[in-house]
Design a protein around this ligand. Structure first.
Ligand code: ZN
Ligand code: ZN
Length: 407
């Protein structure tokens, strides 16, 4: 008899072989395609034969935290509550950072697997995700960013830096992600967790387009680890939190719509507040610019007029009311604005020009956040078994497929 757990109304079988779910941050599908075509990802190239390669939709906003939380809860943000890095609290009139687990409204599959007796390990690149992913998890959970501070009481393991044959990586580096895989391999070989979740950072994808030498080298590094996980007998399930696109014109200048500036001119400085939920403590590589914004209206401002005004701006793809956005993108109504604004594929949204420090953008801007970054891969090193692919596959179906529907 196979044991199973139920989490957020979905049922999951306990893992019977070490299962590794990998979230490649910012993995536009063309990165894999280009690395495969260049002969630099031989393991991934084999998976159309020995495994399964599918495409699904991530959640909107196509940002890191909402999608990582969707993947580990198997549910959209309307269920788990994390719909960005920030929301605006109408009661306190303050912008609130949502990196803390107290904002999480649903249990994770990770914590429930551990409660059912499985050994669960989580390794993230950046520390900002650790407290959310590790919420109520009795197991191993640490970040590469703070690998030098890992201890038994807090992280369920120790001496990880000594075990991984790599120097302590910088937070802005490809090595931060490489460390995640090196640590994952060490855990797989030594502790052999029943279930592991590995989550990288999109530092490379923000800087380098698919098929560039730097991108191909990064994917070759990951491909090598995937092969080693496979050789060690692991079930692999690989997806992404979101895609990535250039947000520039033909000569690499960023296409930015500074919403707060435009709205201040039309409605006055106190009429409308723009909040960018991509804003976080690590903004150097994207200048806090993405293709998704939330807008809060003061009572004197007429919503229909703002919608008409914003919709008419070049580069804006769509403007939705709170109810429309909550319905279409399965978002928690109390944590989004009066309006949600999405930019077209080549455009990002800013607040006021003076709020964005673009001096760190050494290369043409690449970012995400919109519907144009919604397509992500779902890749497995096993064939499907008894699974009919739904019309709309989601990245947060990946644990269901990994535990319930592979040979
Ligand atoms: Zn991301
Ligand atoms: Zn990013």
């Amino acid at each position: 008899m196979t044991q199973a757990i139920t989490v957020n109304s979905r049922s999951y079988r306990l893992s019977i072989a070490p299962t590794i779910v990998i979230c490649i941050d910012g993995c536009e599908q063309d990165y894999i395609n280009q690395a495969v075509q260049a002969g630099q990802a031989p393991f991934l190239a084999k998976l159309t034969g020995i495994g399964t390669v599918l495409t699904g939709d991530c959640v909107i906003p196509s940002f890191t935290n909402p999608n990582n939380l969707s993947i580990v809860t198997g549910a959209p943000p309307s269920v788990h509550g994390i719909c960005g890095n920030f929301f605006f609290d109408q009661d306190t009139q303050k912008e609130v950072l949502m990196n803390d687990a107290k904002y999480l409204r649903a249990p994770t599959i990770l914590a429930e697997l551990a409660k059912a007796g499985q050994l669960v390990a989580v390794v993230t690149a950046k520390d900002k995700l650790r407290s959310l992913l590790g919420h109520q998890l009795k197991g191993i959970c640490f970040s590469a960013e703070k690998a030098d501070q890992v201890n038994i009481e807090e992280h369920g393991i120790e001496n990880i830096l000594a075990r991984v044959d790599m120097p302590m990586p910088s937070v802005y580096s490809a090595e931060l992600s490489e460390f995640v895989f090196a640590a994952g391999l060490s855990l797989l070989v030594n502790e052999r967790p029943d279930f592991m979740y590995l989550s990288t950072t999109d530092y490379i994808q923000h800087k380098h387009a698919p098929g560039t030498p730097q991108a191909n080298t990064f994917y070759a590094m990951m491909d090598n680890y995937f092969q080693r996980f496979h050789d060690a007998g692991a079930i692999l399930a690989i997806t992404a939190d979101h895609g990535m696109n250039a947000k520039t014109d033909a000569v690499g200048r960023p296409n930015i719509v500074f919403l707060q500036d435009l709205l201040d001119i039309r409605y006055g400085a106190k009429g409308v507040r723009v909040l960018l939920p991509i804003t976080d403590p690590y903004v150097v590589h994207h200048g806090a610019l993405g293709s998704y914004a939330t807008v809060y209206l003061r009572s004197s401002v007429e919503q229909a007029d703002v919608i008409a005004f914003l919709t008419g701006i070049a580069g804006i793809e769509c403007v939705l009311t709170r109810a429309q956005a909550a319905d279409r993108f399965e978002l928690p109504e109390d944590r989004i604005g009066d309006l949600i604004v999405l930019a077209e594929r080549l455009t990002v949204l800013g607040t006021a020009a003076e709020e964005h420090d673009l001096s760190g953008l050494a290369v043409p801007l690449r970012s995400h956040g919109g519907v144009s970054e919604q397509k992500v891969p779902l890749i497995f090193n096993r064939k499907l078994s008894g699974f009919s692919i739904p019309d709309r596959l989601r990245n947060f179906d990946i644990i269901d497929i990994a535990l319930n529907h592979l040979t």
